[in-house]
Structure formats: C-alpha cells, structure tokens
Write a new protein. Sequence first.
Length: 433
Amino acid sequence: AGIPWELGLAETQQVLVEQGLRGRVRLQTDGAMKTGRDVVIAALLGADEYSFGSAAMVAEGCIMVRACHRDTCPTGIATQRPNLRKKFAGTPEGVAAYMLFIGEEVRRGLAALGLRSLDEAIGRVDLLRVRPVDDERARALDVGALLEPPAADGPRHFVASAPIQRPRSALDERLLVDAFRPLWEGDDVVVDYEITNADRAVGASVGGAVGLEWADALPPGRFTARFRGSAGQSFGAFLSDGIALELDGEANDYVGKGMGGGRITIRPPGDDQGDPVLAGNTVLYGATGGQLFIAGHVGERFAVRNSGAVAVVEGAGDHACEYMTGGTVVVLGATGRNLGAGMTGGQAYVFDPDGLLASRLNRQLVDAVRLDAAQEAELRFFVERHREQTGSRVAAAVLDAWQGMVRGFRRVAPLDEVARIERANQGVLGASR
C-alpha cells in the first residue's frame, strides 16, 4: 500500500501472535530489499520469506529508467523490440552472484547476533534497537511500537503446514480411468458426464498421461468426452492428441491452458438464444497445439502466449493475442483494446465491419491488413470447421453471405511479416504490369 514494509510486518506479526495464528501462516516481505542486513531485520520483525525484485533486476543490467511499460527499455530487459533486445548483457551468473553475497551478509549478521540460523532469528524483536539519529524529523518519529513484543505466548514463526485439501471433485481422475483403455487399445469411445464449477482441470491428467506415453505421436485410440454444465477453472488444460472435450454450457478461466493437442468445443446450452459469454479470462494460455472452438464470447487475454493452437471464438475482451508467437486465431465478433501487444508470431483473423480494429491494435508490433485469396480460403476453412463443431449461428450467417462478409475481416500479424508480404505482393504486381 506504499508504506514501509517494516510497519506492516511488525503489526501483522503482533496481531497474528496475539490471535494464536502465527504458527499457521508464512509471512513474506518485499519492497526495496537490497542487502543481507535488510533480510536479518525482516526476520527479527517476523518474516519467514524475503523477496527481491528490483535489486535482482539491477544485477542483470537494469538501470531503473522506469519505462518498462513503454517497450523502450534501453538495456533490452523489458522490451519486445529486436534492436533493443540486442543490448541485453545480463547473465544468470550475475544474479546468482548477487544472491550469494546476500546470503554471506546474512550469515555474518546472524553470527554477530549469536544466532545459528535464520529460523532462530524470526520474531526475535528483542534483538532490535533504535539507533539515535541527530535529525529533527527523525526525532519526531517514534518507532517504539514496532519493537514491542507481542502480548501473548505462542509460536513466533511458521511451524507446520496446513493439511492438504483434496479437491471435492474426482471427475478428472474418473476421466483418466475411462479414457485409459480406448486410448491404449485403439478404440473410439464417447462418454457423457455432468460437470460443475467445482470440477477443475478436467482433462489435465489424461492429457499428461498421453504425453508421457506417446510424446509427439498420436495414441492408437480416440476418446471423446461430452459434458453438460458449468466447468471449473482450467477445463482442458494440457490436453493431448487423441482426446476431444465437448461442453454444452460454459467454463471458467484458463480453458485449454498449455494444451498441446486434441480438441475443445464449447457450445451454449440448448435453450440459449442470446449472445453468450462461454469462457472466462486467459483462454488458451501458453497453448502449443490443438484446436479450440467456442460458439460465444471469451474474456480478457484470450490466446496469450499461444504458440501453435488454432482457435475460433465469437468475441474477445482486452489484450487478446498478447505475446502470441504462433498458431491461428479467428474472432468472429468484437474485440477489446490492445490486441496483439507483444505479438511476435502467428496470425489472427478478426471481423471488423465497422473499421474500429485499427484503434484497438497495439501498433508497435502488429498491423491489420486485408486478406488475399489464399488467406480468404484459409479463413473459410476455419469458419466451416467452427460451424461443424459447434452449430454456430454466427458462423452460419458468415458463410451464407461469404462474399460480402469476408471483406469485413482483417488479418493481424507481426509488422515484419506484414512488410514481407507487402514486398512480395509489390513484386507480383510489378511483374504483371
């Protein structure tokens, strides 16, 4: 909240000890921590863990220009611009050396206090003293309350882990059991399930098992799981080839997170007649392969860090295709602002009948251009596939009026690729003349 960490840490430690809760909580502190002395003081005030951010960045070359959000970092750390990234001179060894010296200073500080370990220092506020400072403003500051020991007995540091809470749902494990035989024996099986938002990461276990067994190869069988209801977070996370998940309902955040293959299809419930939002934020985060079809809108940061998956949705929130490096995304409806921020690969076909896309793009790295004949054919293939998988009314309307609708699409791609295509097209035009 902008106040010195010493104030918040001391008060938190006192309250937790007095309430008998300190032994069940790990306290972590950060904020302008630079030296081993800072770590020792934080431990004496009650911290279990200590986080270094800016100082570690300085160790790898940061000069604190404070322009991380502008993509103009002069040392090449916080930028996507190739000419600036070439200037990055940091090394892992530099950060490791800095942390090693921090540890050495902590060791010396503990030895001076007569302590054998950092654990022994946690909560020993009695070892801290106020240093007199001959300054009028400093004399007006009373820090005595920080050095008061808690008015209660009990643990002064974290002493035991909380018991592991097992998920209330075992649907993911059940899916693995049901998929095992058909995938391993070469059968094609379709199974139906009811799903609720307590069912998290459904599909992750079977996706991991397929990846371990066959790596990049296809499993012998095909397994299709059909769901009805509202899926919890990470539906279809880490999915692999040979598996198809079909959901009639909606899903929470992180649909298709890290998926490397397979197919996810989400359709609205049969009685839905509106313009539904069917998935939450950060859909397709870090995906490397597979296909995703959603007959509705999705939330913010759609396809962030996508590097190989193909996806079709009917609307997306802010920051879509952020840091995307590969794959293809089709958006058949409106998008939010900052589309394509940090996008260095892949492509997005976005429907833009009103010409508003240019104002929503992050123009530092990407641009939107009209489609050529090959791209129109590719887009039509994806829209037809979307209609087949979801029965989407939106896709059907686009296909029924294709010649007029296709003119409203723009292809978003990194600037260097756009420039390369434009140069190639100019050569073709010149030769034809």
